[in-house]
Design a protein around this ligand. Sequence first.
Ligand SMILES: Cc1cc2nc3c(=O)[nH]c(=O)nc-3n(C[C@H](O)[C@H](O)[C@H](O)COP(=O)(O)O)c2cc1C
Length: 299
Amino acid sequence: MLETCIGKLKLEKPGMVASGIMDETGASMVRMLESGAGAVVTKSIGLEPNAGHANPTFTEVKGGFVNAMGLPNPGIKMFKEEMNIAVPKGKIIGSIYGASADDFSKLAITMEEYGASAVELNLSCPHAKGYGMELGTDPKLVGSIVSAVKSAVKIPVWAKLTPNTHILTDIGVAVQDAGGDAVVAINTLKAMVISPEFAKPFLSNKFGGLSGPGIKSVGVRAVYDLGSVLDIPIIGVGGIADWRDAAQYIMAGASAFQIGSAIANKGPTIFDTINKDMIKFMRDFGYSSILDMVGVAHE
Ligand SMILES: Cc1cc2nc3c(=O)[nH]c(=O)nc-3n(C[C@H](O)[C@H](O)[C@H](O)COP(=O)(O)O)c2cc1C
């Protein structure tokens, strides 16, 4: 009942771990798969090891979290060990970031070699200079990166989009026109927290990204907008904490969803809880599969 498809990629369960939460080690990824996630998206991995930003990098706010981790990761070479542990246990999506189409292609080729079921291009981090959002708000650049990666690998190529733009649907169309297999929406909203006592920004990087319940309605709107113009599948993410949140994304047009911040609040059991509650809702309201619910809010 919970099976879904993102293009050719089949998932037994529609909820995935979003990039950046409980997905930096093989052991944590396995734990999430065993807790009812249909797949795990890895932490975004670059060509070289990266220490990330100096502390403080994370703080709680009303309605969620603001973080500016700065994409800390061990680099693609070292990540092989973690993939070797996780890949035999379930579907792992390799999230990658780079500064050019060439970087993304190299990383995607290696993720494919490591056994990733798909690659997710992080074109949307709001707090990494020269990466992420700075690339992901230019439809031409996005198109050239997606098309380069598509020619480099056989596995599906997903593009993760930023909500920090007024041309979201143009960017979605650029991904589709370049042959992208799916879009993932949304990454965090660019945000800032100021400490009144110190009279300065709280995060060392000044700016960060807002995640959690406060961004859910923005994410649902983004998926709905993308669903109005795209034929390729959409994966919804942003503020999902229970089955109702997940159902909103699916009905807006998402074939699957991802959860980040709520894992920090509720623990890995969130996946099992959503799976059980979703089945109950589907039985009560006469839906026989997730795919029957995709985009129904548009009708
Ligand atoms: C601590 C933290 C680290 C994150 N790291 C990444 C990352 O490496 N790559 C990425 O594409 N998104 C990253 N994200 C964004 C999430 O994948 C997700 O898009 C966003 O948090 C919205 O979902 P949520 O409200 O369920 O957390 C991160 C989010 C948080 C809170």
